[in-house]
Design a binder for this molecule. Structure first.
Ligand code: MN
Ligand code: MN
Length: 458
């Protein structure tokens, strides 16, 4: 079961390809810090690769046939891409799935207030975070404000170094005697994650003059009034770009790699493949971090409805054919896995842990406390994947997310498995997952991309 460190195995040509891929990955991370931004970028890339908007195809009535490339977006937050293969679609599709939402801090609906002559935006964190990690960092605001007439204002403040950034403050160590005794989950409480946005009073204003000044600037710069926060989705994320990490530049340090590392590599693999036997599908979904709920999460009927539209556009729709198409499909449900961390080795079981530089990770099962909530892929399907990856000389490793009873996590795998299709959890290992800045290995990013291409080819 010994597996080589990938860096010792690559040819010069492969190393060149690896660097090029990781440069594009960093660019993708920089222009996709929210689910909406990721989907916008995915659409741009898909169009460039010759994909057509499914809804336009449907409206034109021109139908779909083998060799066609289409995509469909759900509410700007999730996307499904299809490449119609040569074989009957009823034989099943090869599906790559990943999520594009990441842990972050959201602005509340009535957020703006003043206290101690400082102005703040009140927030509610999104997803599983160690709250104490999000204080005293440069932060940016990304999102949309939709005015009552339907006009949408896109907001990004804090990424350009000429723009201001934001911060969530923490108590100075000198006065933190009591705080330092608290449990880590209580050190910084949820309601203390408010964003500092101003300190300068508006001249001539007597009450809450700092808040009044912020209100004035929002109106001047973005044409936003305070009531508009009600219909806004503003996400607070770490400010700054994805960077190489380490003196050897072997890793990537960036926000939101869970799960954009799998989303980007799945998408690129999908867009680069042509002339496939089986129909290919790439699904990038929202809301995984809060249980895959909502219209744009994996539990939504969006995917199933879109497959029905595809069958219909091919002139092949029936309820039975739809069910067969889904049940006969195979899926790589890709999400990040915990990379072995020598600083915290007691939460890992070394023989069944994922290591940087050892390739795409397969988690036969995830879950916690006796595999609870896990998809647990079939041995037959794992054997099939082993065969494919060996055939294409792609390196993979198998792992569990930590040692038995150390914790656990969920993904979107079990949701697609409900159709009766073969699904496995796969993905890329990450250090300090869900922290503002996460770390991955460039070799694993490259190997995931190669693995996804191999899977689509079969
Ligand atoms: Mn994830
Ligand atoms: Mn996650």
């Amino acid at each position: 079961m010994e597996r080589a460190n990938l860096w010792t195995t690559y040819s010069e040509e492969q190393l060149g390809e690896l660097e090029k891929l990781n440069e594009s990955y960093k660019e993708f991370l920089d222009c996709g810090k929210t689910e909406r931004e990721c989907i916008r970028e995915a659409v741009r890339m898909a169009k460039e690769a010759g994909y057509q908007d499914l809804d336009e195809v449907l409206q034109s009535g021109r139908g779909l046939k083998s060799g066609d490339f289409v995509y469909r977006v759900c509410m700007e937050k999730s996307i499904a891409l299809f490449q119609i293969g040569e074989e009957p679609i009823e034989n099943g599709m090869n599906i790559l799935g990943a999520h594009v939402d990441s842990p972050r801090i959201d602005v509340k609906q009535n957020p703006l207030y003043e206290a101690g002559e400082l102005s703040y935006l009140d927030t509610h964190y999104y997803g599983g975070v160690k709250k104490y990690q999000w204080v005293t960092l440069p932060l940016a605001i990304h999102g949309v404000v939709v005015k009552s007439d339907g006009t949408k204002v896109e907001i990004v403040i804090g990424e350009d170094e000429k723009e201001p950034a934001f911060v969530i403050t923490d108590l100075l160590i000198h006065l933190a005697q009591e705080q330092m005794e608290a449990k880590a989950s209580k050190v910084v409480e949820g309601e203390k994650l408010d964003l500092l946005v101003g300190n300068r009073p508006l001249l001539g204003e007597e009450k809450e003059a700092v808040k009044a000044n912020v209100r004035k600037l929002l109106k001047e710069k973005y044409n936003i009034v305070e009531e508009d926060f009600v219909s806004a989705e503003l996400e607070i994320v770490p400010a700054g770009k994805a960077r190489d990490c380490g003196i050897d530049r072997s890793m990537i340090l960036a926000y939101g790699q869970d799960d954009r590392v799998c989303a980007f590599t799945s998408l690129l693999a999908m867009l680069e493949m042509k002339n496939l036997k089986k129909t290919a599908c790439c699904l990038l979904v929202d809301k995984e971090e809060i249980g895959s709920v909502g219209a744009t999460g994996m539990h939504s009927r969006f995917f199933e409805n879109t497959v029905a539209e595809i069958l219909n556009a091919m002139g092949e729709y029936s309820d039975l054919k739809l069910r067969r198409t889904l049940a006969n499909s195979k899926m790589l449900s890709s999400d990040v896995s915990a990379a072995f961390d020598p600083m915290y080795e007691n939460v890992f079981e070394k023989k069944n842990a994922a290591y940087f530089g050892h390739g795409i990770v397969f988690n036969k099962y995830t879950g916690s406390r006796g595999k609870s909530g896990s998809n647990d892929a079939n041995a037959e399907y794992v054997a099939y994947l082993r065969h494919i990856l060996e055939k294409h000389q792609v390196s993979f490793q198998t792992a569990e997310l930590g040692r038995v009873d150390a914790g656990g996590g969920g993904t979107i795998a079990y949701i697609l498995a409900n159709y009766g299709m073969n699904v496995i959890d796969s993905g890329v290992a990450v250090l300090n997952m869900h922290a503002p800045w996460e770390v991955t290995s460039k070799a694993d990013v490259y190997e995931a991309y190669r693995g996804y291409k191999a899977f689509l080819e079969g």
